[in-house]
Design a protein around this ligand. Structure first.
Ligand code: COA
Length: 536
C-alpha cells in the first residue's frame, strides 16, 4: 500500500515551522564553519608556510575521489575553552581509501600543537570504537604534541584517557585491523606513541619528528642539549632507529604511500550490495523542518518524517492499532532492511511492550534497529504505576539493551529521562548516535526541572525564615534551574562533549543512516544463540 501524507505545505503552521527551523540550520552551518577553521588565521598561515597542509586537505588527498566522509563529532569542543579548540583539535571520520572503508583520525596541529584535550581523547577513543565495531582499518594522520598539559588530569590517568587510545591500537592490531600512521609534524610523548604503536609508519622529511621527550624535556631530565631534528627527525628514524618504515619527501608522497599500503592490505572486500534496489522516498525530506518545527511541545505524526526517510516511503507497520505512541515499522533504507521505533507521544505500558516485541522480531530476522527519539519519558501517575509501567518499560529497555542486531539512534526532538534510555540513548551503546539541531537532551525539560526543584525547596523551607526571604530564595532557584537546564539540554552542549556522533540536518539523515547501515552490514555477522528472557 503506498504511503500518503496529510501535510499541507501551504499552511501557515508548516511555513512557520520551516522558517523557525531555517534559523536553526543557519546556526548549525555557522558553527560547522567554526569547526573547520583550525587554530585561527595566524597559526594556519604559519602551518602552511612550513610546507604543511591543513588537516582536512590531507584527508581529501587521502580519500578516493568522490568518497563520502562521515565526520564524527565535528562540533566537539564547541563553547569550551573560549571556543579556541575547534573540532577538539582533531578530525575523525569514515571515508573510502582504495575502495576500502577506513577510519581516519587526524590531528590538527594548528590547534595547540595538535595536543589532546578531554574532548580530543573522547573523539579519538570513540573513533576507535566505531572502527572496531565496523572492522575498519585506522589511518592516523599524526601531528601531535601529546597531552595538553594544563588539562593533564583530564586526559592522562583514567580509563578512556590517552592510555586507552594505545590499548585500543594494540588490541585492534592484534584483531587484524590495520593501524597505520603517517607523521606530518612534531610528535611528542603520547603523540610519539601513535606511530610507534602502529603496524607501519610513514614520516615526512623535514617536518615529521618523533620523540618521547622533546628537546626541553631532554634538557631538564638528563641535561643533554640537542636539536629536534637530531633527536627525532625523519631521516634518523627511518635509517637509524627504525621507528618509522618509510621516508616521504613531502606530505603528498606520504599520503600516496599510505594509499599504497591500504591497496595491499588484503582486507575482505567492502560491503555486499544492498539486497533491494535503492528507491528514493516519494515525499521530500526538505519538508521535514516544516513538519517538526522547533517547538518540542507541538505534536505531529512521526510517520510524516518516516515516509520522507525510507525507500519508496514504504512502511510495514507493526501493531498499528496498539500502543500508538510508539510507531514500529520495518522498511528499507538505501536498499537495506531496517526496523524503526519512533516516538509519537509519551511511552505507555502498551507502547513499551509493543516495542519490546518488535525488537524481538527484528532480532529474529536480523534487521538492524533505528530509534528515532522524540520523548518526554514514560507515563507517570497512579494509573500508570498500578498498570506496571516500571515493569513494562523495563521490558523495552531490556529488549533494546540485549538486541543482537546493530542499533542506530537519532534524536529528532526531545530526549528526556528514562525515555532516552528506553529509546537507546548513548548509555546503551548504539552503534551510531546523531542529533538534529532542534533536539534537546536532559533528565527533564527546564519547565519540569524548575517545578521539581522549587517544590523540593519549598518543602525544606517550611516554617523557616520570613515570607519575603523565602519567596526570593524560591525565585532564585527557579531562575537558576531554568537557566541551567536550558543551557545544558542544548544539542551543542551535548555534541561539544561527544554525547553524540554529531548534529546532522534532517535532509542529510537518510544518507548518513544509509552509510551506517552499509558499514554495519559488512561488519556484523548474523546474530546467533539463544533469545534473551524478558521480565514479565
Ligand atoms: N600542552 C600544552 N600546550 C601545548 C602542547 C602541550 N602538549 N603542545 C603544544 N602546545 C601549545 C604551545 O604552547 C603553543 O601555544 P600558544 O600558541 O598558546 O603559545 C601552541 O600549542 C603551538 O605550539 P608550538 O610549539 O608553537 O608549535 P610547533 O608547531 O612549533 O610545535 C610541537 C608543535 C607539538 C612539536 C611542540 O609544541 C611541542 O613539542 N610541544 C610540547 C610537547 C610536550 O612536551 N608534550 C608532552 C605531553 S605529555
Amino acid at each position: 500500500m503506498s504511503a500518503t501524507s496529510k501535510i499541507n505545505i501551504r499552511s501557515a503552521a508548516f511555513k512557520n515551522n520551516q522558517q523557525s527551523y531555517s534559523g536553526m540550520l543557519a546556526t548549525l552551518r555557522e558553527r560547522m564553519a567554526w569547526a573547520v577553521r583550525g587554530g585561527g588565521d595566524k597559526l594556519v598561515q604559519r602551518h602552511i608556510a612550513r610546507g604543511k597542509l591543513p588537516v582536512r586537505e590531507r584527508i581529501d588527498l587521502l580519500l578516493d575521489v568522490g568518497s563520502p566522509f562521515l565526520e564524527i563529532a565535528p562540533l566537539a569542543g564547541w563553547g569550551l575553552y573560549n571556543n579556541e579548540v575547534p573540532s577538539a583539535g582533531a578530525v575523525a571520520g569514515i571515508g573510502i581509501v582504495e575502495g576500502q572503508h577506513c577510519m581516519v583520525i587526524a590531528n590538527d596541529a594548528t590547534v595547540k600543537g595538535g595536543s589532546f584535550f578531554k574532548e580530543t581523547v573522547r573523539k579519538h577513543v570513540r573513533a576507535q570504537e566505531i572502527a572496531l565495531q565496523n572492522r575498519l582499518p585506522c589511518l592516523y594522520l599524526v601531528d601531535c604534541g601529546g597531552a595538553f598539559l594544563p588539562e593533564q588530569d583530564q586526559v592522562f590517568p583514567d580509563w578512556g584517557h590517552f592510555g586507552t587510545t594505545f590499548f585500543n591500537q594494540c588490541r585492534m592490531s592484534a584483531e587484524g585491523l590495520p593501524q597505520l600512521s603517517a607523521v606530518f609534524g612534531g610528535c611528542t610523548a603520547g603523540g610519539a606513541y601513535i606511530p610507534a604503536l602502529s603496524d607501519e609508519a610513514i614520516i615526512v622529511e623535514g617536518t615529521g619528528r618523533i620523540h618521547l621527550g622533546g628537546p626541553p624535556i631532554v634538557k631538564a631530565a638528563i641535561n643533554e642539549v640537542v636539536d629536534g631534528e637530531t633527536l627525532g627527525g625523519a631521516g634518523m628514524h627511518t635509517r637509524v632507529s627504525g621507528v618509522t618504515d618509510y621516508l616521504a619527501a613531502d606530505e603528498h608522497q606520504a599520503l600516496a604511500k599510505l594509499r599504497q599500503i591500504v591497496r595491499h592490505l588484503n582486507m575482505p572486500a567492502a560491503a555486499s550490495p544492498p539486497p533491494r534496489d535503492v528507491l528514493p522516498p516519494r515525499f521530500d525530506a526538505e519538508e521535514i523542518p516544516g513538519i517538526v518545527g522547533t517547538d518540542l511541545k507541538q505534536p505531529y505524526d512521526v510517520r510524516e518524517v518516516l515516509i520522507r526517510l525510507v525507500d519508496d516511503s514504504e512502511l510495514q507497520e507493526f501493531k498499528p492499532e496498539y500502543g500508538a505512541t510508539l510507531v514500529c515499522a520495518t522498511a528499507h533504507l538505501h536498499g537495506r532492511p531496517v526496523g524503526i521505533l519512533a516516538n509519537n507521544g509519551v511511552l505507555f505500558s502498551e507502547s513499551s511492550v509493543k516495542g519490546a516485541h518488535f525488537i524481538e522480531l527484528c532480532n529474529q530476522r536480523n534487521i538492524p534497529l533505528l530509534f528515532l527519539q522524540n520523548i518526554t519519558g514514560f507515563m507517570v501517575g497512579t494509573e500508570a504505576e498500578r498498570g506496571g509501567i516500571a515493569k513494562h518499560s523495563a521490558k523495552l529497555v531490556y529488549a533494546m539493551a540485549t538486541a543482537r542486531v546493530p542499533r542506530l539512534t537519532v534524536l529528532i526532538g526531545g530526549s528526556y529521562g528514562a525515555g532516552n534510555y528506553g529509546m537507546c540513548g548513548r548509555g546503551f551503546a548504539p552503534n551510531f548516535l546523531f542529533a538534529w539541531p532542534n533536539s534537546r537532551i536532559a533528565t527533564m525539560s527546564p519547565e519540569v526541572a524548575t517545578t521539581v526543584l522549587t517544590e523540593l525547596r519549598k518543602g525544606s523551607l517550611k516554617g523557616a525564615g520570613n515570607e519575603a526571604e523565602m519567596a526570593a530564595d524560591l525565585s532564585n532557584i527557579a531562575r537558576e534551574t531554568t537557566e541551567q537546564f536550558t543551557r545544558q539540554s542544548d544539542p551543542y552542549y551535548a555534541t561539544a562533549r561527544l554525547w553524540d556522533d554529531g548534529i546532522i540536518e534532517p535532509t542529510q539523515t537518510r544518507d548518513v543512516l544509509g552509510l551506517c547501515l552499509q558499514l554495519l552490514a559488512q561488519a556484523t555477522p548474523r546474530a546467533t544463540g539463544p533469545s534473551p528472557v524478558f521480565r514479565m
